[in-house]
Design a protein around this ligand. Sequence first.
Ligand SMILES: [Mg+2]
Length: 244
Amino acid sequence: MNIYLDRYKAVLCDLDGCLISGNMVLPGARELVARFGDRLIAVSNNSTDTPITLSHRLAELGLSISAGRIVLAGSTAIDILAREFSGARVAIFGSPAIRSYAEASGLVLADMDAELVLLTRDVGFSYEGLTQISNMVRSGASLFVANLDGTHPAQDGGVVPETGALLAAVATCLPNLRYRSIGKPDEVMFKLALELSGATAQEAVFIGDNPDTDGEGARRMNIAFAHIGGSLFTTVQDLVMTSD
Ligand SMILES: [Mg+2]
């Protein structure tokens, strides 16, 4: 099935592996943003940035996507916790940007005796942190995770360990671990992206490079999926050219 982007009211697009890889802009990304920016929503399992910090980082790379058009797993998890558990004590394992975002959202940050634990891609994750999470959850705290991804691709072709890899360490300590994951393929970020765009699922297309998260989430939502790195489109460039 060919995909003509012009047909869609909303163009939802993954970031890593589609528009950028680390600090490298991928082929076709600038063209996609220039041509479809007014209907583009970026949807990423990123849990180290907030929409504002990411929008700034993208601007430095020459990609103009406003914070209001960026849906991220880490900040969406915090939005959900702030809405559903207002005033709760939350232990957050994540970047300074994520912790500040949580505080600004009205969550009470706690290092121990938390009612909720949020695990994101915490690059400072430590043995001590693993001990804290495991014991807080064992004592009854509810665990939320930004996403279940094991890795994402590094700019040099290597792998960047993701939140799912950290979750695996916790799951090894607590074999019957229960948790809620916010990131793709869960529907919550897809629904949010549609709301922001004002489009229905049938009026939207999702561009992504990961069939297990991007593709599976789009399938659950009945949104058309353009698989970057699949048989039709090697890069976003191919997809943009198809739409000429
Ligand atoms: Mg990706």
